[in-house]
Design a protein around this ligand. Structure first.
Ligand SMILES: Cc1cc2ncn([C@H]3O[C@H](COP(=O)(O)O)[C@@H](O)[C@H]3O)c2cc1C
Ligand SMILES: O=C(O)c1cccnc1
Length: 359
């Protein structure tokens, strides 16, 4: 499934992009006045192979959740159980991602791809709201292994998680989604994110590592040395993305890479959230460079590694609000910007049709 998905990812359609550029030039506004929205609309036309491209509706957030063996190294102040507890919170609709999803009109799908502790209330018989958040049980293993000691995952485990992401993308698109948004939950996951960014974007451990949920100076220094130790132990080869994900990734990172590949193969845009998402996007781009055409960077996370990853991908984030939460929150806040970029091509009059004089 991974190989056939990668093979299905094709370059953007040049004719549709030319048509969108030409249309942008005829709309009743000075050329270029919509800034970053104009090249975004052109790229989405190229992705859809149509001008105008479809409005990116409805939106679906997929939150991939997993735990991390490297938690044992003291890289986060939060207990591992918080991953499972936050899943219960997502399913009850009480997290920030739920508030923003309601605002944006997006569905929420939570995928347990490798949580280590029981999800409170997950086995309850209570009939869930069919329109409410949904849990997909796809646990590959209860958390990764500690990457400072051994590979986090076997190649087969990493592949299973990637293929879960591809499958979820296909299911959401089959159910009608016009855009996918990445979400994550996994206590400790900014550490593998930093390691993936250092490996793929070839930046130093310190440049790739941030303070995550707000660690103190001592924990930050430990975190950088954990990233450095993992890189030294595994010497991950960016030309072998499955190997990199297995050595130093997380199950949610692998699944997010799969979601991105699955969206790109179906030519549906995927709106990236923060540092976890962009580290997974580096893996997706290593599998299939043309997958970058389907990626829209929602926001600039406060994590320094996110900026390094976006630079490597050649993506400019749409918004920059200093967010450092994850869950899909930054992607959801950026969604109206993406919709606006496309809506312009559908609804704005041309100088000709509106009888507005040109300069
Ligand atoms: C209550 C709570 C809710 C969250 N929602 C997202 N994250 C975010 O923080 C975690 C990564 O940070 P670190 O690597 O420092 O542990 C991830 O679970 C991420 O999604 C949360 C973290 C907490 C504590
Ligand atoms: O950038 C993010 O998404 C992020 C940053 C810190 C902690 N969790 C997530």
């Amino acid at each position: 499934m991974l190989e056939s998905t990668v093979a299905a990812i094709q370059p953007l359609d040049e004719a549709a992009m030319a048509a969108a550029r030409e249309l942008q030039g005829r709309l009743t506004k000075p050329a270029g006045s919509l800034g970053a929205l104009e090249p975004l609309s052109v790229r989405l036309a190229g992705l859809a192979g149509a001008c105008p491209p479809p409005l990116p509706e409805p939106a679906a957030v997929a939150i991939f959740a997993g735990d991390h063996g490297v938690h044992a190294q003291g890289v986060t102040p939060w207990p591992q159980e918080v991953t499972a507890q936050m899943i219960a919170n997502f399913l009850a609709g009480g997290a920030v991602v739920n508030a923003f999803a309601r605002q944006a009109g997006a569905s929420v799908t939570v995928v347990d791809v490798g949580v280590a502790t029981p999800i409170p209330g997950a086995d309850s018989e209570e009939s869930a709201d069919p329109a409410g958040p949904r849990l997909v049980a796809a646990n590959v293993r209860p958390g990764t292994r500690d990457m400072t000691v051994t590979a986090a995952l076997t190649r087969d485990e990493a592949r299973a998680a990637v293929e879960t992401g591809i499958r979820v993308a296909g299911e959401l698109i089959d159910a009608g989604a016009g855009i996918l948004l990445t979400g994550d939950m996994g206590i400790g996951n900014t550490t593998p994110s930093a390691t993936l960014i250092a490996a793929f974007a070839r930046v130093d451990a310190e440049a790739a590592t941030g303070r995550g949920t707000g660690v103190d100076d001592e924990t930050y220094a430990r975190k950088v040395s954990v990233v450095r130790a993992a890189l030294a132990r595994h010497e991950p080869d960016p030309a072998d993305p499955l190997g990199v994900l297995a050595a130093v990734g997380g199950l949610e990172h692998a699944a997010l890479a799969g979601l991105i590949l699955g969206a790109a193969a179906r030519r549906v845009p995927v709106l990236l959230d923060g540092v976890i998402a962009v580290s997974a996007a580096l893996a997706a781009a290593a599998f299939a460079p043309d997958a970058v055409g389907a990626m829209v960077a929602g926001h600039r996370s406060a994590e320094p590694g996110a900026t390094a990853a976006l630079r490597h991908l050649g993506l400019e984030p749409l918004i920059d609000l200093g967010l450092r939460l994850g869950e899909g929150t930054g992607a959801l806040l950026a969604l109206p910007v993406v919709t606006g970029a496309v809506r312009v091509l559908h609804e704005v009059a041309t100088f000709d049709s509106a009888g507005v004089a040109e300069k």
